[in-house]
Write a protein that binds this ligand. Structure first.
Ligand code: MG
Ligand code: MG
Length: 627
């Protein structure tokens, strides 16, 4: 499809926006009027700049408060329109967006609205321009696409058509199913926006909290599907008013924007083909390699230098890990417990060392088990992620990798290698036996990331579009110094779980961790145990220190949840936290943090509990603050 984006969706000057949009591979833009009014140059110059960058100006927007007006205002608006048409001709923009009237003067008369829009279309037709009419969710008399379509039909002019914007329909919970019945060539333009589900004034919601498709909670794929069923073949555009995007570097936003359209096209394509639908007008929808089948984390790699590698060795020993090998050619050490592989990379002149120098001791790579690593990298690069090639020594395996947002690596480890095949190839194994300190840690339950506030949407879309993970509920948690927003993302069989944590305040512990790690870093690693009390006791005996939990927490817990007294007493004794859902229970405990703020969690899932004990995070954060 012809892919477009409204200039209001990005930060920067108009020229910078166009350059970012062109670099991300868009075909065109919607020119937001305020961007032009403040541009130092003529309409013709803007047209040339866009043309040189390979961008068409698909839409000039918005033209406000036009239809259904008393005669004097209507006449003045026609003059206003002629001046805008002059500009559009000069810059080469073929269409103007006329949004439904919000003026208190607007008259609730559909025939009058149709007649006035007919006149506007007639004026546009004289210059071979077109007018698209869009229902704003807060329009005075026209807020639904159904009514806007009635008016367009009644106006009956070839140069007047309908503009659809998913935000206005989905925010009002209006049913998009009726769109499929509208003739596709009468839909002139399509604007797509997603948003988180919020209970607030729709105008404020629309102006500040829209997001790219795949970042929010709306069924944007279902909406787009109806537009395709109508036979629409015009531009697919993004119109995103978002306070954070307005301050995020525009190159990054533009890449997210393109990824969101590619994701939207590929998802809609799948839904249509699953229903056997044949498009009345064929339109090319993006068709990337399918989402890889992922099956959990094979390893977590830490960036270190010689000194911090020694500190980590002690810490991992206390956690019950045993050193089982060193790399064939690099200063890289492998630690293992159960199915958990932790790699400490202290190799000079390496990717890991560069991450260490930038961020200190920190996680620099995750290894994900995957059925088809090359297809996974193909999917990722199709979705605009970068691939990463590490130097490979003799007899070592090449494990394909991509760069995640924030700069860490995600390796795709071939499932065919079996649990330990990769390590047998790359490491000289020293100790295959069980360690004396083994504490019963079995698997990586989840990895939690601490993200800067402008990275949450980026990560939600990245994990969805590139890794095929689905986001869960978004929660807000109280840290003693501010709010944390937390959202889990996981694959269907839950073998891979990530938790995305964002600090909404500069003063929380998470925010302070970010200032050390650059804002896209692993915040804690949760490891599973089949018997958390036994594991915690062994770890304590090994010298691991846990975050102490207040007695008040257990007194309160007993009032909220009906727990056997003996279990409550054990939890109080061991400092274990508890959460219960209808599906099952979650018992967990946090270690004290080490260098850089990173810490471990030990978790035991009982039944089919599917969350992360997020409601207990304030107990941890408050305890850490009181240390
Ligand atoms: Mg719109
Ligand atoms: Mg956790």
């Amino acid at each position: 499809m012809h892919r477009s984006i409204a200039t209001v969706s990005l930060s920067g000057t108009l020229r910078q926006k166009l350059e970012a949009v062109a670099a991300a591979g868009f075909d065109g833009i919607e020119l937001f009027e305020a961007d032009f009014i403040n541009f130092k140059g003529t309409a013709a110059e803007l047209g040339r700049i866009a043309g040189d960058l390979g961008l068409s100006i698909d839409l000039y927007q918005p033209f406000r408060d036009f239809e259904g007006m008393p005669e004097p205002q209507f006449r003045r608006s026609l003059d206003r329109a002629e001046r805008k048409f002059d500009l559009m001709e000069a810059m080469g923009a073929p269409m103007v967006l006329c949004c439904s009237n919000t003026s208190p003067l607007a008259i609730n008369d559909q025939s009058l609205a149709a007649a006035q829009l007919h006149e506007l279309a007639e004026r546009a037709a004289r210059r071979n321009l077109r007018v698209g009419f869009e229902a704003l969710a807060w329009g005075r008399h026209t807020s639904l696409y159904g009514r806007a379509w009635e008016i367009v039909k009644q106006a009956n002019h070839a140069h007047l058509g309908l503009i659809l914007d998913s935000f206005h329909t989905l925010s009002l919970k209006d049913d998009p199913a009726g769109i499929a019945a509208i003739p596709g060539d009468r839909i002139f333009f399509l604007q797509m926006a997603d948003a988180p589900l919020l209970s607030m004034d729709v105008l404020q919601w629309a102006r500040h909290h829209r997001s790219f498709p795949g970042q929010g909670d709306f069924d944007v794929v279902g909406f787009f599907e109806q537009v395709l069923r109508a036979g629409y073949t015009g531009p697919l555009s993004l119109e995103i008013f978002n306070d954070i995007f307005r301050e995020t570097p525009n190159r990054r936003t533009a890449v997210d924007a393109m990824r969101s359209l590619l994701y939207l096209e590929s998802e809609a394509r799948q839904r249509l083909s699953a229903t056997g639908h044949v498009q009345p007008q064929r339109v090319e929808l993006f068709n990337p390699p399918t989402v890889p089948a992922l099956s959990g984390l094979s390893f977590i790699e830490f960036a270190a230098d010689e000194a911090s590698a020694a500190t980590l060795a002690t810490l991992l020993g206390q956690l019950g890990f045993r050193r089982i090998g060193r790399h064939r050619s690099k200063a890289v050490t492998l630690y293992r417990q159960g199915e958990i592989n932790l790699i400490v990379n202290a190799q000079p002149d390496s990717f890991a060392r560069a991450r260490f120098e930038a961020h200190g001791t920190s996680v620099c790579a995750l290894g994900v088990r995957c059925d088809d690593p090359l297809a996974a990298v193909g999917r990722a690069t199709a979705m605009r992620s970068q691939r990463h090639d590490s130097p490979v020594g003799p007899n070592e395996l090449r494990v394909p990798a991509i760069v995640a947002p924030g700069g860490n690596l995600i390796h795709f480890v071939p499932e065919a290698l079996g649990a330990n095949g990769l390590y047998e190839a790359d490491f000289i194994l020293e100790d295959e036996g069980a360690g004396a300190n083994d504490a019963g840690l079995q698997r990586i339950d989840h990895v939690a990331l601490g993200l800067a506030v402008d990275q949450l949407d980026t990560w939600v879309l990245f994990t969805r579009a590139v890794l095929g993970l689905e986001p869960g509920e978004s929660l807000e948690l109280a840290d003693p110094f501010g709010l944390i927003r937390s959202r889990g993302v996981a694959n269907a069989d839950r073998s891979l779980r990530l938790v995305l944590n964002v600090s909404l305040s500069q003063r929380t512990r998470t925010a302070r961790t970010l200032s050390v790690t650059g804002g896209g870093a692993v915040h804690h690693i949760a490891l599973s145990s089949a018997d958390i009390f036994d594991t915690a006791a062994k770890l304590r005996a090994n010298g691991t220190r846990f975050v102490p939990i207040s007695d008040n927490y257990y007194d309160d817990l007993a009032t909220r949840i009906d727990i056997e007294p003996a279990l409550l007493a054990r939890m109080r004794e061991a400092g274990v936290l508890f959460d219960r859902s209808p599906a099952g229970d979650y018992l967990h405990i946090y270690t004290e943090s080490f260098e850089g703020g990173l810490f471990f969690e030990v978790a035991q899932r009982v039944g089919s509990y599917d969350a992360y004990g997020a409601l207990n995070a304030p107990a941890r954060m408050a305890s850490q603050a009181q240390d």
